[in-house]
Design a protein around this ligand. Structure first.
Ligand SMILES: Nc1ncnc2c1ncn2[C@@H]1O[C@H](COP(=O)(O)OP(=O)(O)O)[C@@H](O)[C@H]1O
Ligand SMILES: [Mg+2]
Length: 254
């Protein structure tokens, strides 16, 4: 069941015993989460752990094989970079304007108002001057920000970032962290998959996935040594010193 807009109370996403997959056996099971507006939720897990699969379920691209998933409001997504889409001759502005399509009645084309909204959203992510650049000629970090602008135009209640920090330089990563905080600050729920365990300590909740849900909750209580080992197995090393001293090694960025 994928029930859009029916979540009651203060939650924007509620999953109970959710299992999802691609037609065969489920690839991700036991997902039981409740997410509130304004929360930043880190999603941890090894490659193949089910992070992208969960985001696709939230977007409505995959049906629940068992359990339930309720999503209230629109999801905007900043997917992992897909090179194959970069050679379309669309401008940054076009990509953002397309975000307005879902808000318009089917018979209306985007016009002046939608272009104005799109330009304002590009301004918010610091890309006003790049509006007429081709999407594919922008840097990876700039393309991400264009997709954030698209989510703003969609007025997404939930914004999904799939491994957005992979391959970003330090200034771009700092800007992205600020943008995530700002999106949450205006009441959006923000889901961010990452390979950096310590990064999630600054956020409101963490969801650990390894083909099933290993843990969900506030990072300081959820990220126990047992949880981290069940999430990452042998890819985990313990760093000497403070209690949060974990590093994930031996993952690839596939
Ligand atoms: N389109 C697909 N069809 C079939 N299986 C898939 C598809 N996409 C991912 N999978 C499988 O689902 C599992 C979880 O993958 P994924 O959600 O991409 O993990 P992550 O994003 O954490 O690396 C993996 O075993 C992967 O092979
Ligand atoms: Mg993935």
């Amino acid at each position: 069941m994928h029930d859009r807009g029916a979540v009651t109370g203060e939650h924007v996403v509620v999953a109970e015993g959710l299992a999802v997959g691609y037609g065969g056996a489920p690839v991700l099971t036991d997902v039981t989460v409740a997410m509130r507006p304004g929360e930043r939720i880190g999603v941890l897990g090894p490659n193949g752990g089910g992070k992208t699969t969960l985001m696709r379920a939230l977007l409505g691209e995959l049906r629940a094989l068992s359990g339930t998933l309720e999503v209230a409001g629109r999801c905007g997504t900043v997917p992992q970079t897909e090179r194959s889409r970069l050679d379309y001759p669309v401008s940054a502005l076009d990509v953002v304007v397309m975000g307005a399509l879902g808000r318009l009645p089917w018979w209306r084309r985007p016009g002046r108002a939608e272009r104005g909204d799109a330009l304002a959203a590009l301004g918010r992510v610091g890309l006003a001057e790049r509006a007429h650049h081709t999407f594919g000629e922008l840097s990876g970090g700039q393309r991400q920000r264009v997709l954030v602008a698209r989510a703003l135009v969609q007025d997404a209640a939930i914004v999904l970032f799939d491994e957005p920090f992979t391959g970003l330089d330090a200034p771009s990563a700092a800007a992205l962290t600020d943008l995530i905080d700002a999106l949450a600050g205006e009441g959006r729920a923000v889901l961010v998959s990452t390979h950096d365990v310590s990064q999630t300590l600054a956020w409101d909740a963490v969801l650990c996935l390894n083909r099933r849900q290993v843990a969900f909750g506030p990072p300081v209580t959820a990220l126990t040594p047992a949880v981290l080992e069940a999430t990452y197995g042998r890819a985990l090393i313990r760093l000497p010193g403070n209690g949060a001293g974990y590093a994930v090694v031996a993952h690839d960025h596939g």
